[in-house]
Design a protein around this ligand. Structure first.
Ligand SMILES: [Zn+2]
Length: 70
């Protein structure tokens, strides 16, 4: 997986790896893939390119705003 962005996106191993560009989005399936190879799920769970899974509970709690204004 090669990043072609300038400046380069954070590597999959970087703490801010979820700041990388989304290169493929599958909202109907609830996940996106970033240019550093990280698979990002809509519940904030992640799977890293090395197969390591990051559960949503392992991340900082973020307020969800998408339910407002429905
Ligand atoms: Zn990139």
């Amino acid at each position: 997986m090669t990043c072609v962005h300038q400046p380069p996106c954070p590597a999959a191993e970087a703490i801010d790896h979820d700041a990388a560009h989304v290169i493929a989005s599958h909202p109907e399936q609830g996940w996106s893939i970033l240019c550093n190879g990280v698979v990002l799920f809509e519940d904030t769970g992640e799977i890293l390119p090395d197969g390591h899974a990051v559960p949503p509970a392992g991340r900082a709690l973020a307020p969800t705003h998408h339910l407002t204004g429905a």
